[in-house]
Design a protein around this ligand. Structure first.
Ligand SMILES: *Cc1c(COP(=O)(O)O)cnc(C)c1O
Ligand SMILES: [Zn+2]
Length: 416
């Protein structure tokens, strides 16, 4: 018995329960239509609680999951009465046990489970660092092979809370290649027999995993927040939050107003911000990311530097922003560093660079009056607790098995 149907948002084609990234007729995103219309929490410690709206058969038993708490210190400083923090990372004192320290692990668990349930043997993905770490961790836990392509700048982010296993195949790209070059190489590897591409925003399991941050907030608060703050590189988390909110609205118990997406990128690389400001569905590279590689090198939170985000596609970030009356911000490195210190001293937990960017956007929004003092706000701190984790364990670095000079190298050299 299936638990969901995959539906194309453009032509309405329906597909059964499968690991499928695209429609046969067009390039729209597919969306899962769950047979369970009401969210029914399962007795699992982590993300498995939200099994109602995860595209897998078996309940996930991992302790990794999102948590939501009401901010006191930061809220007081900002004069906000209802500021909630969605925290994905390691913070045992708060019940947060994501040992790879970002919400990418929320994607990795359901994706690898779906891969297993649909007979897949090996997954291929590109990562700026955080996604690779998350999938490497789940590969170590499950033994499922993962081929992970990472630009040089991301290699130091590839560590594990446990001893790396042979199921992890880390491919490093030589200096001069960025995250998008890694995406292109991973795309070629994924066409080899037996390999399944992770699929980025096209991967429904990935979006549902990220969407649990919104679900956790809604069940903790008792209703959907009015504002949702997140730093975006691909925007998949924003799309996921929107889709989760659509399901919560249809459930009926969590309010009928969709949270306003308040999303941010970091300067100088802000293509989605520029396109949105110009009122465009299309990103125009010459206007929105001129000299992209140089911009990316100068960007503080490199996880937020995707040159081909799912912005224009049907069901993508542009549609999400339009439907939620959303806003976008661009913050500087200085603003992000200031917000990082401010957040960490007040809330008492370390946060990753992209989450500092998200916090900086919240500060800007308060200043600009884009949120009301009594509004219910969810700040998605999508990564943090790495310093906290190091108090409890010593991370193991993952060693690359091969280095690729560029995205077009012969593949035989890499598949080890
Ligand atoms: C990946 C990542 C983001 C950006 O996610 P999107 O895919 O663009 O939604 C933000 N914060 C952290 C910590 C991340 O790892
Ligand atoms: Zn279609």
């Amino acid at each position: 018995m299936g638990r969901f149907t995959l539906k194309c948002l453009k032509c309405g084609s329906e597909y059964g329960q499968q690991y499928r990234l695209t429609c046969d007729n067009d390039d729209s995103l597919l969306r899962a239509d769950y047979h369970e219309k009401k969210l029914e929490l399962r007795a699992q410690p982590g993300i498995g609680r939200f099994h109602s709206w995860l595209p897998i058969q078996e309940e996930l038993t991992t302790e990794a999951g999102p948590i939501t708490y009401k901010s006191e210190a930061l809220a007081r400083e900002l004069g906000l009465a209802n500021l909630y923090i969605g925290f994905s990372g390691y913070w045992p004192e708060k019940g947060a046990f994501i040992k790879t320290c970002s919400f990418k692990e929320l994607e990795a668990h359901p994706t690898m489970q779906l891969l297993k349930e649909t007979g897949g043997k090996a997954i291929v993905l590109a990562s700026a660092g955080n996604t690779g770490r998350a999938f490497a961790h789940v590969s170590a836990l499950t033994g499922i092979d993962a081929y992970i392509v990472v630009p040089e700048s991301g290699i130091r982010k590839l560590w594990l809370p446990e001893e790396p296993t042979d199921s992890i195949h880390l491919i490093k790209m030589a200096p001069g290649n960025d995250y998008t070059d890694a995406i292109n190489l991973a795309g070629r590897l994924a066409k080899l027999p037996g390999m399944v591409p992770e699929g980025g925003a096209r991967n429904v399991a990935r979006r549902e995993g990220m969407g649990t941050v919104m679900l956790d907030a809604a069940v903790t608060i008792g209703k959907m927040p009015e504002h949702y703050f997140q730093a975006v590189g691909s925007g998949t988390g924003g799309i996921a939050a929107w889709e989760a909110a659509l399901r919560l609205r249809a459930d009926g118990r969590f309010g009928d107003r969709l949270p306003k997406l308040q999303l941010t990128q970091n300067l100088p690389f802000v293509p989605m911000y520029r396109a949105w400001q110009a009122g465009r569905r299309e990103i125009i590279p010459e206007l929105d990311m001129k000299d992209a590689k140089r911009q990316i090198e100068e960007t503080y939170a490199s996880v937020l530097t995707n040159r081909a985000p799912p912005y224009a596609v049907t069901g993508g970030l542009y549609d999400a922003l339009v439907d939620t009356d959303g806003t976008m911000y661009a913050v500087t490195k200085e603003e992000a560093l200031e917000a990082k210190a401010f957040f960490e001293s007040l809330e008492g937990i370390d946060i990753l660079p992209p989450s500092a960017v998200a916090a900086a956007a919240l500060l800007k929004a308060v200043e600009a009056g884009n949120v009301g003092k009594d509004d219910v706000i969810l700040l998605n701190i999508a990564g943090g607790g790495f310093e906290r984790l190091k108090e409890d364990l010593t991370p193991f670095p993952i060693k690359p098995v091969a280095t690729a000079e560029n995205p077009d190298v012969p593949l035989e050299e890499l598949v080890i």
